[in-house]
Design a protein around this ligand. Structure first.
Ligand code: ZN
Length: 478
């Protein structure tokens, strides 16, 4: 039988406000345990939480970016449960009137398919603390620094059928929120966490199967593996005539398996009730209009503009525009150098290469657009050729603020040789040393020209203007 995988995602995103959602404690990642918390975020009796307006602004702007209807009158609820990382034994969240509902995201997957994923709702809530397990295995220490860090939880409809849709969705959320400046969405630091609800059903069926939920998977790679494992596990159960149990399962990255954690809970298990300490929130039409007005240009629009304005290929434009930081570096370099084609060449061939090779995040690139533009101009003016340019680019990319492109080229004697007499001499000596190959060339094996180009360039230490070398060869081989 052919099976279909059905998935829905719950994505938690930490909002990048300076202070927490209901108090003034810092939200900064890390820190000595239990130094960034206070009686409010640890829920001491008698304290009063007050909503940070910046959280509301970031949340509403996220909702608008995902095409949601904003719930103009919304409110907080208490979700009651005990866990050692939650000192007040309840979480302030939104159940009955979440601030955003009925949105959608248009996606393009890696294989080029276009898919629309519907968003059921987005709600605001506070994060819990963290449990740090002792290396010796006998003690657990609670760290409450993360208690009260603002989160939005984005709940999709069960619209995903393929892993690549899940990856495209998470990438798009990251890109949108980065452009908005409301979160850095770093899965490895936990500022974006995805829960995957997954069930399988015979292909063609319209009824949903029984689903399991996999919690807090923290990288794209783990998500791919977890989906592959869990879908196979469920299909094997059903094919053996058994049934899937509705439960929450933990993905173990090392064992590459999912394990049952607890039976799936329902809303009534949490005894939700309206949060009595925080008044309902109202959002006006004026505020919504204002947020729409200050919405930045997102990746999709940038791609269109990069193609029409700078003549980029669709795929190149998509790669660059997906990251706010790459797009900024590209656009500013083009503005400063006046050369989009040459800038694109170095972005795609070198910047992306070093990012992949050295695992550098776009936001951590230290190369400034000023330096990059200077480099582009130097190449365009013919002071160095592209071959030597690669060496210079690498030194510049890792060279930091004090790196001087011109000085580096002079110091290493890398200026392009465009002296015709010198090039003619070199080319002639190569032809003289290879009379047989010259004959083969003249007999019709024109591909051999590349050999002469290579040898001549080598003799000139890679610094010759390749156009001049070609010209000279054409003349001499006539
Ligand atoms: Zn606090």
């Amino acid at each position: 039988m052919e099976w279909e995988i059905v998935m829905g995602l719950e994505v938690h995103v930490e909002l990048a406000t300076k202070s927490k959602i209901f108090c003034k404690c810092s939200t900064e990642f890390g820190g000595t345990p239990n130094t960034r918390c206070c009686p409010i975020c640890t829920g001491m009796p008698g304290t009063l939480p007050i909503l940070n307006r910046q959280v509301l602004e970031y949340a509403v702007r996220a909702g608008l970016a995902l095409n949601c209807e904003i719930t103009k009158y919304n409110k907080f609820d208490r979700k009651n449960y005990f866990y050692p990382d939650l000192p007040k034994a309840y979480q302030i969240s939104q159940l009955y009137l979440p601030f955003a509902q009925n949105g959608y995201v248009d996606l393009k997957t890696d294989s080029g398919r276009e898919v629309t994923i519907r968003i059921h709702e987005i709600h605001m809530e506070e994060d819990a603390g963290k449990l740090v397990h002792s290396m010796f295995g006998d003690t657990t220490y609670p760290d409450y620094n993360r208690c009260g860090v603002p989160l939005i939880e984005i709940v999709s409809e069960p619209d995903f059928r393929e892993t690549e849709e899940v990856i495209a969705y998470l990438s798009k959320l990251k890109s949108q929120f980065e452009y908005l400046g409301i979160s850095d969405c770093r899965m490895e630091e936990g500022s974006m966490r995805a829960d995957v609800n997954l069930s399988v059903r015979p292909k063609g069926s319209t009824k949903f199967g029984i689903r399991t939920e996999m919690k807090n998977i923290n990288s794209f790679k783990s998500i791919e593996r977890a989906i592959a494992f869990e879908s196979k596990r469920q299909i094997a159960l059903l094919e053996a005539g058994e049934s899937v149990v509705q439960e929450t399962r933990r993905w173990d990255e090392n064992k590459e398996k999912t394990f049952a954690m607890r039976s799936k809970e329902n809303a009534q298990d949490y005894r939700y009730f309206p949060e009595p300490d925080i008044p309902p929130i109202s959002i006006t039409d004026e505020e919504i209009q204002h947020y729409i007005g200050i919405c930045p240009e997102f990746a999709d629009e940038k791609v269109k503009r990069f193609v029409s304005e700078f003549g980029l290929a669709q795929k190149d434009a998509e790669i660059i525009a997906a990251s706010k930081y790459l797009a900024k570096l590209f656009e500013e370099t083009v503005a400063n150098s006046g050369d989009a084609a040459e800038t694109r060449y170095w972005m795609i061939s070198e910047v992306l290469y070093f990012m992949n090779a050295k695992n550098i995040r776009p936001e951590d690139i230290t190369l400034s657009s000023d330096k990059f533009a200077e480099f582009v101009k130097i190449v365009k003016a013919g002071y160095i050729n592209r071959k030597v340019g690669r060496q210079v680019f690498e030194a510049m990319f890792f060279g930091g603020e004090t790196f001087d492109v011109n000085e580096y080229i002079k110091e290493h004697g890398l200026e392009q040789i465009d002296d015709r007499a010198q090039i003619e001499e070199a080319v002639q000596s190569i032809l003289d040393a290879n009379p047989q190959i010259v004959e083969q060339y003249k007999a019709g094996q024109t591909k051999l020209k590349a050999y002469f180009v290579g040898q001549s360039m080598k003799l000139l230490k890679g610094k010759a203007n390749p156009l001049t070398v070609n010209e000279v060869l054409n003349e001499k081989l006539k």
